[in-house]
Write a protein that binds this ligand. Structure first.
Ligand code: AHR
Length: 640
């Protein structure tokens, strides 16, 4: 029997319970959500990222007609100190053009008739002893062609510009291809004898999410928007620590004009341009109607990094901590300060004069709770508490609920009276069913909880219906405990086919397609059917039955939303009682997701294996309901 006690007081729950966690792994940012189509646009790839990478990776020298020339690497006069390398293109014989080509991330997909902005920074360099003409001739502007071509060299779009002078200048043209192709290449050709310095060579579709320049891939961003996330945590995960103590993700490197951002290797062993940086993350939050939850390191490196006596942990030298803490304070000012404040002015210069309204700030990620960590965390927390009492600081419980740090992390959080603690768990589906009561007994007077990363890891780490329903069951328990669990986010969010480093993920994609998993469907249903008050329920079930329920009230509409998850391979008959309803409509809107074998999973080459169906269900204060095998049922009832 499932009883929903409409006559008992309901309990306010977090309005921000369901959100997302974005981390740049699996090519989630560059080559993923960030819509840049060229790879290694600033010639900053290096062998420290991948053994066979270097400044020329993903670029080729192109010689047409009888053209001849060569490529070199410059670092003497960079476009910006944060962007130290650039390309030197020397044209010895122009022929029909000498230049460079780029094939993007696994080739460049183009849509006929759509506009693409091709741009680059350049100046005319000296050729030195190779120059055979007069000085005056060498100063003549250099004609440059920008092209989109098919893989066999057919021109689909072309535009010309002239580069003149010896100072870095940005050039931009619009290219509109005449044909759709999945595998184009971008070509830049110079047409006179001479030399060019080139940097930040870029190709962007105009059609980005919400039309933002330097924006996001529309299809992927829309699939994320479909989740109706109430918050976005970024930029990681392990990524916030970076590869090594002074290589942490520095938010200050990620704002301002893109040619001034400092690219670096990310924690996942590849290159991050930081073109998708803090400005874009905050802007994305605003576009989604979600609140931002940035995470900064606690001044320590990643605990997964090694096996030293400090459990892999190294800290910033204490004398560097005041400078680091100032950077954290500056982040709050950048996000929330008036446009007249020093850092608020930088936000305004980036195109967002209004404050973003930052409310939460994560400090640390899955850290080993060592003296090194505790000392630095407390230094940061004490200053934030004093200077910004309005900011909810989220600490960490350390890695995983059964790890040695977990209790230490919580004890530390209680000692400091932290407002909120971030817990992570990647566990088999059965763990989620076994832990439905996890938060029932959490101390309501202690720190609140952010379930910052979780996913049910089924056999083979596949995105099965079994895993999605285990998560659905668990989310009902979070709704019931939404007075102590404030935020929750599945992880990881995105994964590019061919570059997947971690499974399972919520959304897979390639250059032109998006493949949401069944776990994405569950998340989007909870986003769509969220509430802001939990209505008490009791569930009498036979021993071992995999049933989970929640009832929430949606304050905007007054609707009651009842969720029933059946994780068994057989239907579960339920007697449902809606006790004390003042007004009950004749029918409920019913959405059912499931009813397939638990092993079912989506595949890339077929439509989704399971889709939600909505119909109406006759209602009375007491009615019988057969929860289908392996299913999530959601009843929306207009009780007022
Ligand atoms: O989500 C992938 C990784 O899992 C995150 O970076 C880290 O926080 C966790 O260990």
């Amino acid at each position: 029997t499932l009883t929903v006690a409409l006559d008992a007081p309901s309990k306010p729950i977090s309005r921000e319970l369901f959100g997302i966690f974005f981390e740049d792994l699996n090519y989630a940012a560059d080559g993923g959500l960030y819509a840049e189509l060229l790879q290694n646009r600033s010639f900053e790839y290096s062998a420290t990222e991948q053994a066979n990478w270097g400044p020329f990776s993903f670029w080729d020298l192109v010689k047409t007609g009888d053209g001849d020339g060569q490529l070199g690497l410059g670092d003497a006069r960079p476009v910006h100190v944060n962007n130290p390398h650039y390309l030197l293109l020397t044209v010895l014989e122009p022929g029909s053009g000498v230049g460079i080509s780029n094939q993007g991330f696994d080739r460049i997909p183009l849509v006929a008739g759509q506009a693409y902005e091709a741009s680059f920074w350049a100046y005319q360099a000296f050729m030195g002893r190779k120059w055979r003409g007069t000085d005056e001739e060498q100063r003549k502007p250099m004609p440059v062609t920008l092209r989109l071509e098919t893989s066999d060299g057919r021109v689909l779009a072309e535009a010309r510009v002239e580069v003149s002078g010896r100072t870095w200048t940005r050039h931009a043209v619009t290219l509109t291809p005449t044909q759709s192709v999945p595998d184009a290449r971008f070509v830049l050709l110079a047409h006179e004898q001479g030399a060019l310095a080139l940097d930040v060579v870029s190709l962007f579709p105009r059609d980005t999410f919400k039309g933002r320049p330097n924006g996001l891939r529309r299809d992927l961003a829309q699939t994320i928007a479909d989740l109706k996330p109430r918050f976005v945590r970024f930029p990681g995960g392990c990524l916030v620590h970076g590869p090594g103590i002074r290589h942490y993700y520095d938010w200050k490197d990620s704002i301002g004009p893109i040619e001034q951002r400092r690219a670096q290797r990310n924690s996942w062993g590849y290159h991050q341009t930081l073109g998708l940086g803090y400005l874009e993350y905050f802007q994305f939050c605003e576009d989604l109607g979600a609140i931002p939850v940035p995470v900064v390191t606690a001044g320590v490196c990643c605990q997964h990094a090694g096996d030293s006596p400090n459990r892999g942990q190294e800290g910033l030298p204490l004398e560097e901590m005041p400078g680091y803490i100032q950077d954290v304070l500056d982040l709050v000012e950048w996000a929330n300060g008036p446009a007249t404040s020093p850092w608020g002015a930088k936000r305004a210069a980036g195109g967002h004069p209004a404050p973003f309204g930052l409310k939460y700030l994560g400090v640390g990620n899955e850290d080993a709770i060592t003296p090194i960590f505790k000392e630095r965390f407390q230094m940061i927390y004490d200053v934030l508490k004093e200077r910004h009492p309005e900011i909810v600081v989220i600490g960490t419980s350390g890695p995983f609920p059964d790890g040695e740090d977990f209790d230490l992390g919580w004890a530390f959080a209680r000692d400091l009276k932290l407002p909120m603690v971030d817990e992570h768990y990647y566990r088999p589906p059965q763990w989620f069913w076994d832990n439905l009561a996890r938060y029932d007994s959490y101390d309501r007077r202690g720190p609140k909880v952010y379930v910052g990363e979780y996913a049910a890891h089924d056999e083979g780490r596949r995105n099965t219906l079994r895993s999605a329903l285990a998560e659905a069951a668990y989310l009902t328990s979070l709704e019931r405990n939404g007075d102590v669990v404030m935020l929750a986010s599945y992880a990881p969010l995105l994964s590019r086919r061919g570059h997947t480093q971690w499974t399972p993920d919520m959304i897979y994609f390639d250059a032109t397609n998006v493949f949401p998993s069944l776990n994405h469907t569950v998340q989007s249903l909870f986003g769509r059917f969220a509430g802001d008050a939990a209505v008490p329920t009791t569930l009498a079930r036979s021993n071992g039955a995999k049933l989970a329920v929640s009832a929430v009230r949606d304050g905007r509409t007054g609707d009651l939303i009842v969720k029933i998850v059946n994780g068994d391979d057989t239907p579960q008959p339920l007697a449902v009682r809606l006790d004390g309803a003042r007004k009950l409509p004749a029918t409920a809107e019913r959405t059912v997701f499931g009813g397939a074998p638990a092993d079912t999973a989506n595949t890339d080459d077929a439509p989704p294996a399971v889709v939600p169906h909505t119909d109406t269900l006759p209602l009375s204060p007491g009615f019988s309901y057969d929860a289908p095998a392996n299913s999530l049922t959601i009843l929306r009832i207009a009780t007022r």
